[in-house]
Ligand binder design. Structure first.
Ligand SMILES: [Cu+2]
Length: 211
């Protein structure tokens, strides 16, 4: 009995030492086989991730990005980045191709579907909680209500907001896989969707490489 324990301990130490050595000399991927051998019998295929593993994987997604492309007849384009923080999601939009000094609604819409050339395939505002529409300063609002961005004299807009009512891939109104829309007009906070007019740029929120 004790011999077996000693042998197992020795084997484990060997594997750990090997992993540490491999880590020093090679990229992270090289340590994978050694780690698996230590935790799983070689004869069994790797188990499918269970619900817990899946949840952990989703919760580990901290960075997302939407590449914004113009809808038909428009020029607006750029990126909208999403970074998970302790109190919501930090959203950073950099959009160019706007009219100088113009202000535009920016929303997360229900679908990450940008197949329609007018952006309407993205559906309505992302609103899992069934709130009324609102501007960020109003508190309770659609999860997708990110407010407005304003272009400078060169037609470039840089906009930052921390949205406390969403998460990237967590339990709090996850936005991963949804759409982002920039509208032609200002979101005035009016019902049902802020009177923001046509959709001039669209994108899909995808998992980003992060830092
Ligand atoms: Cu919208």
């Amino acid at each position: 009995m004790q011999k077996t324990t000693l042998a197992l301990t020795a084997a484990l130490l060997f594997v750990l030492a090997y992993s540490a050595t491999a880590m020093h000399h090679e990229e992270g991927a090289a340590t994978q086989p050694a780690t698996q051998a230590a935790t799983q019998p070689a004869t069994q295929p790797a188990a499918q991730p269970d619900a817990h593993g899946h949840a952990a994987m989703m919760a580990s997604i901290n960075d997302a990005v939407a590449v914004m492309v113009p809808t038909q007849g428009n020029l607006a384009h750029g990126t909208v980045r999403f970074q998970q923080t302790d109190n919501g999601v930090a959203v950073t939009a950099d959009i160019t191709g706007l009219d100088p000094g113009s202000t535009h609604a920016i929303h997360v819409h229900q679908y990450g579907d940008v197949t329609g050339s007018d952006g309407k395939s993205a559906g309505g505002h992302y609103n899992p909680q069934g709130h009324d529409h609102g501007l960020p300063e109003q508190g309770a609002r659609h999860a997708g209500d990110l407010g407005n961005l304003t272009a400078d004299e060169a037609g470039n807009a840089h906009y930052e907001i921390t949205a406390e009512n969403i998460s990237i891939a967590g339990l709090n109104n996850p936005v991963i896989g949804r759409g982002v829309i920039i509208h032609a007009k200002v979101d005035d906070g009016g019902q049902p969707t802020g009177n923001a007019g046509a959709r001039i740029a669209m994108g899909v929120i995808g998992i980003a490489k992060g830092e």
